[in-house]
Ligand binder design. Sequence first.
Ligand code: SF4
Length: 527
Amino acid sequence: MLDTRKLFLEAAGTASVGIAPPSPPTQALFILYDQLNLTVFPPDLLAQKPLLIFVESFGYATAIPHHQKKLVYILSAQRHFAIACNQAGFDVLPLFTIGSHSKAIAEFLIQNPEVTLTYMLPSEWDTRSEMALVQEQFSAQVKVIPNNFLIADIAKFTPKIKKGYRLETFYRDLRQSTGYLMDGKKPVGGSWNYDKENRKKLPAKVPIPKVSKYEPDQITQEVINLVENYFPNNFGLIANFNYAVTREQALTLATEFIQERLPNFGAYEDAIKVGEPFLFHSVLSIYLNNGLLLPRELCEMAIAAYTKGEAPLNSVEGFVRQILGWREFIHIYYEAMMPEARNFNHFNFSYNLPQLYWDADTELLCLKDAVSSVINHSYSHHIQRLMVLSNFSNLTFTNPQALNHWFYLAYIDAYEWVELPNVLGMSTFADGGILASKPYVSGGNYINKMSNCCAQCKYDVKVKTGDRACPFNYLFWHFVDTHRQDFMENGRVSLMANMYDAKPEVEKAEIYSSSQIFIHNLKRAST
Ligand code: SF4
């Protein structure tokens, strides 16, 4: 057998990680970068103590230029998990390849024809397609098992995804089938959601608990060195990497969130504060999306806090809805809509991404703050993603696939199945309304209502057109005018088109000219 382990250890500089040499295997289990939790794998398979294979794929890392912190996280979490498995009694084989994950597995199978290999269905389309080819080529040797990292039954819900099937129906179904926050057949508290209580602006004096940080240990530091060496020009800053990289650390952060931030999570879920990237958000999607944490356990931790009177229902229901509702819903959407979803562009926007998404070089403070957060942390919270970054992209007629590409590479919690539906379905309306019931666009008023950005911005959110005006203001009405058909046909937003029509002609002309000047002067990235 080729000693690819030695190759990997030398190439990746991990000779110090202490993984024991594997004994000759007959059973192997390939565990992907976002499947880092043995409790999800079949117990009878694990009882056979298969050789656990982990692949570090240069091809995956270079297919798109992921944020440097994202690469550090993916690799470090996988290495820590591999070592934990080894310490738990499993032989572990780390493979390093300049190709894809599937290429490394195919080579392993050729070199080890006596081995039967099992893998769990990959969540990302390309990895799944590539592994399907391996399975076809080595059908006698390879077995695929269903992906158990999510809750909802794919076969039951995938056929339901079409225009008009909304989150609310799906969410109620899952609340009933899981029994989460249910009182018999009725929702606890009498309502299915408490969003009306969850749209508060953050008062200036509310203290914001800090999210605990983990300094890089030796393994993470080695990965940081590797990323600095091999991916020095990738997006984002690698300095001050301090995310959790093990399940134990992630569980500590989950407990910290439940105790310290969940009580205020609901009320300030949609708030923005300059320089505060995390606010009361859980920041647990990072760990949920690669398997270190599991959706059921997080829902149950939050529900236990409600039951003990430690967190209010509006917060707990809002958090459960994010995981049990939205996260599961978009997973089903991805399963139903791929691969066609990658080409969605309902408005036929063709402009490249504004350059400011890469360098935060802008005087629009809400955008500068959101992009700076992404550059520094590979993260921004959901309302910045939706109502600042995606909103601006829409209002400037940016190709949604360019925005989708940026979100995918820039965010530490972005895997295609969870990122693409959020961007091409929800926030850009690129699917024409299959996922979302309306285009999510707004003027500066919304951002002003939910944030402290506008008070510190060069632009005046109260001014509608001209040089001093907040660009979101005129760009919003320009968008409504340009896409009036979509607004007129949609009961939820048809009022906007009527409001535009009622404006004086002189104001309409100013909206048009301010927007034309802004959009045409906006610096765009070259690709
Ligand atoms: Fe953003 Fe406009 Fe507010 Fe400035 S004034 S922070 S550009 S919404």
